[in-house]
Design a protein. Structure first.
Lengths: 583, 121
């Protein structure tokens, strides 16, 4: 029997349950050394039982743990790890870019590239003929060169095939043709975000805008990159700018809308622009992002900073008056007014009538050192290199040595110092938001990269808002006085420097504004490059005739979209209700 | 007669066979499930890809200029104006829950509106 044969003499093997005391085995252990062996065996058996029990306990514990305690993992929304798991499944390697509301503005589509393995090509003429039929744009001779390349097993034929084209090539049934997985960057909104996003090349390498500056972020994480841009607002502003360029025959136009309390850019448009989906060559001007690259002398809008500095320094009081009766000379240059009032002007009137003479007199009280330092505080001397869009202009900021009295005078009304629209809007936001400078950003983020800094006191900011409101109500920006929104702002018209001379008819007009006065939420800058006069403007080319009405039209459309309630009093509101019913 | 040892041996043998067969069946089932899983995963991948492409298409179709054009063509919705946002207190009567229907019907006819205002005051 099996049991007997296994438990023969001198065999120390025992089946479980077999008793060492049983009669058959008893004979073997009469001697004392045998008894010891039994003892050892028992111990070993106990040890094995203990070991197995332990293992079974561990398994049982683990089973219970997996089934009950750590069973189904529920990811709560907002959980970072959960999100990364979800996005790990995206079919593309370059992350999407979305606007502040989550709408996709740049994405990649999975495609395939068609390549040939010339080593497997048996009949190049026939293959070339068939492929020319499918892709007439490549050309027979080109294909022949590609198919007959020597000493290589890879010859690219066509990038980014559509699914239909891929199916057609598959149907040819040529074994030498193979596909390679790829993806193509697409911009569903075409021109709308051209200058912000930039574009990529055929190998998906960022070549401009955010695609270039944030290339690493876009390729390392598949989580969509969220911008602070609002698509609807961006579209409204672009539409207005395009029609303004047409109306005033301008060379270009640019606008930036900034959230004054965070420094977030809500819209940024420069026209002319281009469609980043198409790889057709466009003019240099279309590729030029004026909003961030356009270094220009802003002109009279600088009087805003001049006045703020005066009030902040304490050397100029709110009710002070300045002699603007005649032109003044500063270190060899004569400063006069455009359509001057020729009388004594208050601080407010200097802004309302945009008096160069008044501005120079005002800054003379403060001094060039304080002026230079104030402008440095406002960020006018640096490139804003941490702003995310790749293309940025460096301001032309005179050195300490060159900052003489004449520089002080010209800078007070916006000449002799060149900045970009981005610099201008960031600094202006700080003047009207209560005096805090926020570094501009185009990414939506809860934690700003740069700490905000105070540049003027809350009191000065409030005074500035009052003065700037007067400019809109009584001064050069009347056309932007949109009922209900208490727009504040300042206009600027600067002659363009051409071959070292200022040309009269070539101007840059700017309108920088914010709304509403009591608690500004957004600041808008509109810049027109070389607008021409027309019948509607009586031939004038100053800002009040072009940039201001454009700004006004933009504000009247975007303010309701931005959730800003108009401050109509009850009577006016009742009238509106009645008008609506009767209508 | 089968003695205890033989019985134990047979029991162990049977148990071994059962466990072997059980493991074989289990392995087979796991294999099938794995196949199914890989199929499902493949389908998920395909679906994710399709959803991704559809999202891009949706974004393209939601282009603000296009929507504006379509809205102008098919519905009478225009851009909102500042005057269109009012407080409840500007309405000609006290606002109460469930009264919005009256406000809307009041807009249909000018005379109705007047009547309503009179009644409410």
């Amino acid at each position: 029997m099996l049991g007997v044969s296994l438990s023969g003499k001198n065999n120390n093997f025992y089946f479980p349950g077999q008793n060492a005391d049983s009669a058959g085995i008893d004979v073997l252990f009469k001697e004392s050394q045998d008894a010891e062996a039994v003892h050892v065996c028992r111990q070993r058996m106990l040890l094995s039982i203990a070991a197995f029990l332990l293992i079974y306990f561990i398994i049982a514990f683990r089973v219970i743990h997996v089934c009950l305690v750590n069973g189904i993992q529920i990811h709560t929304p907002g959980d970072e790890s959960a999100e990364s798991e979800i996005y790990a499944g995206t079919p593309i390697s370059r992350a999407d870019i979305v606007d502040r509301n989550g709408a996709i503005i740049a994405t990649s589509l999975p495609t395939v590239n068609l390549y040939a393995n010339p080593k497997n090509v048996r009949n190049p003429e026939s293959i070339a003929q068939k492929l020319t039929h499918l892709f007439p744009e490549i050309g027979y001779n080109d294909l022949m060169t590609k198919l007959t390349r020597k000493r290589t097993s890879f010859s690219m034929i066509k990038y980014n095939l559509s699914p239909a084209q891929q199916a057609a090539v598959n149907n040819l049934g040529i074994p030498a043709l193979e596909f390679q997985k790829s993806e193509k960057r697409v911009y569903p909104h075409k021109n709308l975000f051209a200058h912000i996003l930039g574009y990529t090349n055929i190998d998906n390498l960022g070549l401009g805008g955010l695609e270039k500056s944030l290339h690493k972020r876009l390729t390392e994480s598949s989580k969509p990159l969220q911008l602070s841009i609002d698509m609807g607002i961006q579209d409204t502003i672009r539409e207005e700018l395009v029609s303004a360029v047409e109306e005033f025959q301008a060379v270009g136009a640019s606008a930036i809308l900034m959230d004054v309390n965070t420094g977030e850019i809500v819209a940024m448009v420069s026209v002319p622009d281009y469609d980043p989906n198409l790889s057709i060559p466009v003019g240099d001007r279309a590729l030029f992002n004026f909003a961030t690259q356009g270094v220009y002398e802003a002109g009279s809008v600088f009087k805003t900073f001049n006045t703020a500095l005066g009030l902040e320094s304490g050397k100029v009081k709110f009710n002070d008056k300045f002699d603007a009766t005649k032109p003044i000379k500063v270190q060899g240059i004569t400063v006069s007014d455009y359509r001057g009032e020729n009388r004594w002007l208050s601080v407010g009137e200097i802004l309302i009538y945009s008096s160069n003479i008044g501005s120079v007199q005002l800054i003379s009280r403060v001094g060039k050192e304080a002026q230079r330092q104030f402008l440095i505080n406002l960020g006018f001397n640096e490139q804003l290199s941490d702003f995310e869009v790749f293309e940025k202009g460096r301001p032309l900021f005179p050195s300490q040595k060159k900052w003489r009295d004449d520089t002080m005078a010209t800078v007070s009304y916006g000449y002799g110092l060149s900045i970009t629209p981005l610099h201008l809007i960031s600094a202006f936001s700080a003047l009207v938001n209560g005096g805090i400078y926020h570094y501009p950003t185009i990414l939506k983020s809860d934690t700003p990269k740069h700490p905000a800094r105070r540049v003027i006191s809350e009191r000065t900011s409030e005074q500035m808002r009052k003065l700037l409101r007067d400019v809109v109500v009584q001064g050069s920006a009347k056309n932007a006085n949109i009922p209900g929104y208490q727009v504040i702002g300042k206009t600027g018209t600067a002659n363009k420097l051409t071959n070292g001379r200022y040309v009269d008819k070539k101007v840059m007009t700017s309108f920088v504004s914010a709304f509403p006065q009591t608690n500004p939420k957004y600041a808008l800058l509109v810049v027109l490059d070389e607008p021409k006069g027309n019948k509607k403007t009586w031939g004038f080319v100053t800002s009040g005739w072009n940039a201001v009405p454009v700004g006004g039209r933009i504000i009247s459309q975007i303010a309701p979209q931005l959730d800003i309630q108009a401050d109509f009093d009850l009577d006016i509101q009742r009238r509106h209700v009645k008008a609506a019913f009767i209508h | 007669m089968i003695n205890t040892k033989t019985a134990i041996t047979i029991l162990w043998f049977t148990l071994t066979c059962v466990i072997c067969f059980g493991s074989f069946v289990l392995k087979n089932q796991v294999h099938d499930l794995e196949l199914e899983l890989s199929k499902i995963n493949l389908n998920i991948q395909k679906d994710v890809k399709t959803i991704h492409v559809l999202k891009a298409e949706w974004s393209h179709l939601n282009n603000p200029s296009r929507l504006k054009k379509l809205a102008a063509e098919h519905i009478s919705l225009n851009k909102m104006r500042a005057e269109q946002i009012i407080n409840y207190s500007a309405l000609p009567f006290e606002y109460e829950n469930g009264r919005t229907d009256q406000i809307m019907t009041a807009g249909v006819d000018h005379k109705e509106y007047k009547k309503l205002v009179k009644a409410e005051r």
